[in-house]
Ligand binder design. Sequence first.
Ligand SMILES: [Fe+2]
Length: 194
Amino acid sequence: MTTSTYALEEFIDDMTLLVESQPDQERLFDVGSSYLERLINNPDAVPEEYRVPAESRGRSANHGSYILYRGDGLAITSVVWGPGDHIAPHDHRTWGMIGVMDNGITETRFDRKDDGSRDGFAVLEKVRETLVRPGEVSLLIPDVDEIHQMDNYSDRPTVEVHVYGQDLKGLERCMFNLETGATKTFSTTRWDNC
Ligand SMILES: [Fe+2]
């Protein structure tokens, strides 16, 4: 896709209308990801201050997450993964779209194989590992395909735009320990969405 001039404000307007139209999941992803692709192909879509790792506003000096918009059924953030940044497998409990703007992110997806009957325990099976590149969008499909691990194996920051069906702040979610099978419930107290 060639460079676009599609602005964040236009994206927010278009996504708001789309969500308000109560599309089914397929249409939401079809139309929404076409908007997000246009946005992330605009090099000026996200202000520079929201494209850097920042200790004071991220969960570590090597990470950044910044709320760009929060509305009814729609939350948009920019997320920055510094060199070597990593998050263990986790779920989201809402639909999501992740668009890479700069650099790339290695995303590993997992299937949950157990029936959830054992408290604090899960069996995950690795499904695929993908290097998501600038201009590409990755989808989080609730209950179907939404457990992922993220790694920036490169030596420079990766910038993404994340779009969710609700604000992840305060939403109870699950983090998975691949080695022990242990699960841990967590919820973010801020917009540390990823
Ligand atoms: Fe995530």
